[in-house]
Design a protein around this ligand. Structure first.
Ligand code: F6P
Length: 369
């Protein structure tokens, strides 16, 4: 039994397909227990800057409010990656920015609104904040979300399957234009410091080379493969590059950095295309799929995972758990300490069977002799 009467849900960091399925299941599961549910707008901004919102920053989540949202992309609550309460960005009179710890104020807001517990849905940044709030005394359960699939202690995060499916569909389309023009096409995909999206989408669509953050690359082996293919009569090639990939001895390509935000990766695909054109003498083009991978309707896999995570988060709270993250551990959903889940990022293991399979079918990673 629990004394919970009212809970809040927040979504933080980059959006991912499946967020609304979590909100749907958590809301209905909580209502079945007689709890009220509110959604906090834009991470914690709805509580920290409630006055900026016409509705005060909180949305009452009812059966009517969440009806029909399972298949919708994005999050009905809004999200932000500039609302970390531990290092909240505040602009000074002279235009410069400082970061303030607003944890105490945030906890007061939760109490003022009679919120007994929080379900925080997010990636490593939001869940690290969640662990901090838990240690500061807030009753809280985390739900792992990210298209990058880079969270430890869970076999998968929702959003990843949708991103991989869409990236594969896009790469499939590149084949026809690449063959028609005998070009090298380089496609850059998101994933931050992990290569899961590039590896899975690249393999699923049969690309010829995949460049991952986990394997610093040289382009000579890729250029050799392109030349071999041309000799065999295949005058086009497709390369899938993770945005976090970097050359041997080189740096990642950073597109920018703003106050209170992590660095933004992007641009490596264009560099790889230019270098491959120089190495092979063949016409090359690049494109970055970017935020397209976060958009659109979640796949059935991600909807189901979102529903399972949302309901499991409510069960965790009703069982008196706090400071835990729900985690996929087939065939079930488990609970793991938030501190364990956020300790480090889950990157692609170099000895995993997917990498071996890719090598077995002739895909190059740029580390070949
Ligand atoms: O973590 C999800 C993600 O989409 C990464 O793949 C990407 O590097 C980052 O977010 C982009 O963030 P933003 O939307 O802030 O540019």
């Amino acid at each position: 039994m629990t004394d919970i009467k009212r809970i809040a849900i927040s979504t933080g960091g980059g959006d991912a397909p499946g967020l609304n399925a979590v909100i749907y299941a958590a809301t209905l599961a909580a209502q079945q227990r007689g709890w009220e549910v509110v959604g906090i707008r834009d991470g914690y901004n709805g509580l920290l800057r409630g006055g900026d919102y016409p509705d005060g920053g909180l949305i009452e989540l009812t059966r009517n409010r969440v009806r029909g949202i399972i298949h919708q992309g994005g999050t009905i609550l809004g999200s932000t990656n500039r609302g970390n309460p531990i290092a909240y960005p505040v602009q000074q009179a002279d235009g410069s920015w400082i970061e303030q710890d607003r944890t105490g104020e945030l906890l007061e807001r939760f109490a003022e609104h009679g919120i007994d517990a929080l379900i925080t849905i997010g990636g490593d940044g939001s869940l690290t904040i969640g662990n901090h709030l838990h240690e500061a005394g807030l009753r809280l359960v985390g739900v792992p979300k990210t298209i990058d699939n880079d969270l430890e202690c869970t076999v998968a995060t929702f959003g990843f399957a949708s991103a991989v499916d869409f990236a594969s569909e896009c790469i499939d389309r590149l084949f026809s234009t690449a063959t028609s023009h005998s070009r090298i096409m380089v496609v850059e995909v998101m994933g931050r410091y992990a290569g899961w999206i590039a590896l899975h989408a690249g393999m699923a669509s049969g690309v010829h080379a995949i460049l991952l953050p986990e394997i610093p690359y040289r382009l000579e082996p890729v250029a050799e493969l392109i030349a071999e293919r041309a000799q065999r009569g295949s005058t086009y090639s497709i390369v899938c590059v993770a945005e976090g990939a970097r050359p041997v001895g080189g740096e990642r390509t950073v597109a920018g950095k703003s106050v209170g935000q992590a660095e933004r990766l992007g641009g490596v695909g264009a560099k790889v295309a230019a270098e491959l054109e120089a190495l092979t003498g063949r016409e090359s083009r690049s494109l970055a799929l970017g935020h397209l991978l976060r958009g659109g309707s979640p796949t059935a896999t991600d909807r189901l995972l979102g529903l399972r995570f949302g309901a499991a988060a409510v069960r965790a709270l009703s069982e008196g758990r706090t400071g835990v993250m729900v985690a996929l551990n087939p065939p079930t959903v488990d609970y793991v300490p938030l501190a364990d889940a956020t300790r480090r990022q889950k990157t692609v293991p170099l000895d995993c069977d997917s990498i071996q399979t890719a090598r077995d079918v002739g895909i190059r990673f740029g580390d070949e002799c």
